[in-house]
Design a protein around this ligand. Structure first.
Ligand SMILES: O=P(O)(O)OC[C@H]1O[C@](O)(COP(=O)(O)O)[C@@H](O)[C@@H]1O
Ligand SMILES: [Mg+2]
Ligand SMILES: [Mg+2]
Length: 347
């Protein structure tokens, strides 16, 4: 007998009133994801989903048709689920919703916007936070809670399959949308990320903008068997956080989007509240780690709904190793000057 998302939510979200509202909210988000996925399947019939709009969002990214469309669909779902506040990548300020609501949603309605046109997996990332009375006077403050306060987090992937990766604080679970079944069914009951890895994910075109520590880490991976790591590494970069994260949940790996020297990139590209926090909760619940390079993501206190953070996550041992490079690269390996000369990027 296949376990449905509905049954899972009924048994895992708690039997108190807030638990039931949490389950209901995730049901509404799931229905919204099916709508977005149907729109994607329809593709360019009528609208160019990857078409650029005039506007930019709060992060300065040019909005595409699908960014805005997905934002509307999820805003509607949030309203229907009776939450108190909705904070979206695509909107400057949080939107107050039900006055009596005790939950808030932070959302990246469409993750991987640069891949819309290319038929590569894209997704939606969400974080569900508790709302207390103190938050009501200043809606922004609800999103300033550290990630370890999240009640639930996850993401949908619009790829070859429509998947929901979800945690309600009791492991990480994967659900598959089955048209035959008419809903989401459990595909993986408890995800476990391999502790060690030989695969990294980073946008290497930014090499020249990274600091010395980040370059050293990547140099040592690239040096392979002859380098201080004494093993060969593979590299993958999809450019959709949801898809890179799912690969790491499936077969291990480490993802890195560090801060760099480019204007506006001091804290990287990814957003703490609706990208890094939900991914970090999913990853930790699957036995992995997530940091900004040094500090645990879930302990960072956001200072804005759209705050950015460096992000390193994945196989625990590798994330710890990256942290050691950040603090003191010279302590990692007795590196002869030869290794830095061997870097492919410096050749
Ligand atoms: O284009 P870059 O610099 O490699 O950045 C890729 C990253 O940016 C993102 O697309 C940012 O998310 P949005 O598409 O929601 O803005 C991530 O999904 C991805 O990991
Ligand atoms: Mg995103
Ligand atoms: Mg987005």
């Amino acid at each position: 007998m296949t376990a449905s998302l509905d049954a899972f939510l009924g048994s895992q979200c708690g039997s108190d009133a807030q638990g039931q509202r949490l389950a209901d909210t995730i049901r509404h988000l799931s229905a919204a994801a099916v709508k977005v996925r149907n729109t994607i399947i329809e593709g360019g019939t009528g609208t160019d989903l990857g078409g650029k709009r005039e506007a930019t969002n709060a992060g300065g990214d040019v909005q595409k048709e699908l960014d805005v469309l997905a934002d509307r669909v999820f805003e509607e779902a949030a309203r229907a689920s009776g939450i108190a506040f909705f904070g979206s990548e695509e909107q400057d300020a949080p939107i107050p919703m039900a006055a009596e609501g005790d939950l808030a949603i932070a959302i990246d309605p469409l993750d991987g916007s640069s891949n819309i046109d290319t038929n590569v997996s894209i997704g939606t990332i969400f974080s569900i936070l508790p709302v207390e009375d103190a938050h009501r006077a200043e809606p922004k403050s609800v999103f300033m809670q550290p990630g370890h306060r999240q009640k639930a987090a996850g993401f949908f992937i619009y790829g070859p399959q429509l998947l929901l990766v979800l945690t309600v604080g009791n492991g990480t679970h994967v659900f598959l949308f089955s048209p035959k079944f008419g809903g989401f069914v459990e595909m993986t009951a408890s995800v476990a990320i391999a502790e060690k890895t030989q695969e990294f994910a980073i946008n290497a075109s930014n090499y020249r903008h990274w600091d010395r520590q980040m370059r050293s880490y990547i140099d040592d991976c690239l040096a392979g068997e002859e380098g201080p790591r004494e093993k060969n590494f593979n590299m993958r970069w999809i450019g959709s956080l949801v898809a890179d994260c799912y690969r790491i949940l499936t077969r291990g790996g480490v993802f890195l989007y560090p801060g760099d020297q480019r204007k506006g990139y001091a804290k990287g590209r990814l957003r703490l509240v609706y990208e890094a926090n939900p991914v970090a909760m999913v990853v930790e619940q699957a036995g992995g780690s997530a940091t900004d390079g040094v500090t645990r993501i879930l302990d960072l206190v956001p200072d804005d709904l759209h705050a950015r953070t460096g992000l390193v996550f994945g196989s625990k041992r590798e994330v710890e190793r990256v942290g050691r490079y950040m603090v003191d690269p010279s302590a990692i390996a007795e590196r002869s000057p030869l290794f830095s000369k061997r870097s492919l990027f410096r050749a």
